[in-house]
Design a binder for this molecule. Structure first.
Ligand code: ATP
Length: 505
């Protein structure tokens, strides 16, 4: 099976109507994308999978859909105005801008990877860090840089970032030079204005995360939904970040969608819940049939100011292992800050303890677009067939597939199209159907493979005689003759979202 790289995914998404660059006729808008007819269906199914597993399957989690605009003080309280920024550095020769933290992290990875290769040759891959450092200069250098970088990150010492970039001779990939500016902090929030007259207008931000809408509604939700701690609030919605380094398709976008859940717990029980949510979320990811070696936990080296534990679930994207979802123990930071800035109490009365407190929070936060990229990365394949041809197939779990069943009359006459449409009228109640009569049947099958359609139904002359059709399964390419009356049952059983949900929870 051929390796699929990011470029192949980008062109597949464009060619088959999954994702288009934004405003393409005006030469695109950087790091902004539009989902096409099949992309929006797949995206909606991913949302459905998340929503049902988080909200429908948990009686103590309820949903919310809060507005994108929020009172500007929200972002003062959350810390985003003062500290939601990236450390940027420019190469003076190419004028190319980089994130200084990313340059350093990539250098650490490169040194360690180079070292690992050397160590593998010496059969020392399983040795202790100390032995590894002794046996490989590159590995030792990687470890030292990691320790230095972590220290600088903890102290937010950006002068030190630049010194490390220079000491470790990191060069610009465009100019090849090591001629760097100082590191500067750049706030990632997009600003806008509310009001018609410029002088009277209020400065607003486009939310950089959906979580704050949940925090400010904590009591509204708790009271109206009659929730008792521990309970969660889940939300799916758009978020906006003025990302500077945005070159990886939908991995890093300026407008994207998050699926977040904030789980409110008794103070002191948060680390237990943190462990539980880590396990629950990993199970959700694995239920899609992913090879376990493509998913891993990554412990944060530097904790955010509000967190007392944080790990990411990383997925092996074509660009390497990268963050897909964050699981954070956010303490009582957000609710306490909103109490302070709003002057309103955000406390919960625990009748069992007969006590008032500000709950602690465990957050699970996943990017819907990153999840889309993950699904594409693992399901898009190029397979060599026995006849020497290759087929491009999108092996999506059937519950996520944009089209569930394609109805294909063998030829465009003799009453076959009419019979096909009759079948479609029944099947449209089961899931999204697609009718196609153009091109040879083989070509039509290939197109449906590339779109990830789990079943194709072919209507031929025999259908008119005995009410049977050929059903072709995408993954095995096996074709069977079945009665029209049985299609609904066979297709319905395979595309049922419950197949995934039963494994996920
Ligand atoms: P990164 O380190 O990759 O910038 P982050 O740690 O800033 O991500 P969080 O603030 O924890 O990300 O956001 C939660 C999730 O939202 C991430 O795990 C990711 O899936 C998604 N996400 C964050 N930023 C973007 C973006 N610019 N484009 C697409 N998805 C994003």
């Amino acid at each position: 099976m051929a390796e699929i790289d990011l470029q192949k995914i980008v062109s597949h998404c464009k060619e088959y109507g999954f994702i288009f660059p934004s405003s393409e006729i005006y030469d695109n808008l950087g790091a902004v994308y539009d989902y096409g007819p099949f992309g929006v269906e797949l995206k909606n199914h991913i949302k459905e999978y998340w929503w049902k597993s988080m909200v429908q399957m948990h009686e103590n989690i309820v949903g919310l859909d809060s507005a994108i605009f929020m009172h500007p003080t929200t972002w003062k309280a959350s810390g985003h105005v003062d500290s939601f920024s990236d450390p940027l550095i420019d190469n003076k020769d190419s004028k190319k801008r980089y994130r200084a933290d990313v340059l350093l992290e990539e250098k650490i990875d490169k040194l360690k990877e180079k070292g690992e290769k050397e160590l593998a040759k010496k059969n020392l891959s399983a040795a202790s860090e100390e032995e590894k450092a002794k046996a490989s200069r590159d590995y030792a250098k990687g470890l030292t840089l990691e320790a230095e970088y972590t220290k600088a990150a903890e102290a937010s010492d950006f002068k030190r970032y630049k010194e490390l970039i220079e000491e470790y001779e990191i060069a610009c990939e465009v100019s090849g030079s090591k001629n760097w500016t100082d590191v500067r902090q750049f706030n990632l929030m997009f600003g806008t204005k509310l009001g018609a007259v410029d002088e009277d207008a209020t400065d607003l931000y486009l939310r950089p995360e959906t979580a704050q809408g949940i925090f400010v509604n904590f009591l509204n939700v708790q009271k109206t939904a009659r929730m008792k701690v521990p309970f969660g609030i889940a939300q799916i919605g758009k978020a906006f970040r003025n990302e500077i380094v945005a070159r990886q398709f939908i991995f890093r976008m300026r407008e994207f969608e998050q699926m977040e859940m904030q789980f409110f717990v008794r103070p002191g029980s948060e680390l237990e819940w943190f462990a539980k949510w880590k396990e629950t979320r990993m199970k959700w990811h694995l239920a899609l049939g992913t090879a376990p070696e493509n998913l891993r936990f990554h412990v944060h080296e530097k904790l955010a100011h509000y967190a007392n534990a944080a790990e990411d679930i990383q997925f092996k994207f074509p660009i390497g292992f990268k963050e897909l979802e964050g699981i954070h123990s956010r303490t009582d930071f957000d609710l306490t800050e909103h109490q302070k800035f709003s002057g309103k109490k955000l406390q919960y009365f625990d009748s069992e303890l007969n006590q008032n407190y500000v709950p602690y929070v465990i957050e699970t936060s996943i990017g819907l677009d990153r999840m889309f990229l993950r699904v594409m990365s693992e399901c898009l394949m190029e397979e060599a067939l026995e006849n020497g041809e290759t087929r491009t197939v999108l092996r999506l779990p059937a519950a996520l597939a944009p089209i569930k069943v394609a109805i294909l009359p063998l030829i465009k006459k003799d009453g076959l199209p009419e019979k096909a449409r009759e079948i479609m009228d029944v099947l449209k109640f089961v899931g999204r159907t697609f009718y196609e009569e153009k091109d040879s049947i083989g070509k039509r099958y290939r197109r449906m493979d590339a779109l990830g359609t789990p079943f194709c139904i072919t209507v031929d002359h025999q259908t008119l005689e005995d009410n049977t059709v050929t059903i072709r399964e995408r993954d095995t390419m096996q074709q069977d003759r079945i009665a029209i009356a049985d299609i609904e049952k066979i297709v319905g059983a395979k595309i049922d979202m419950n197949n995934l949900l039963r494994k996920a929870i």
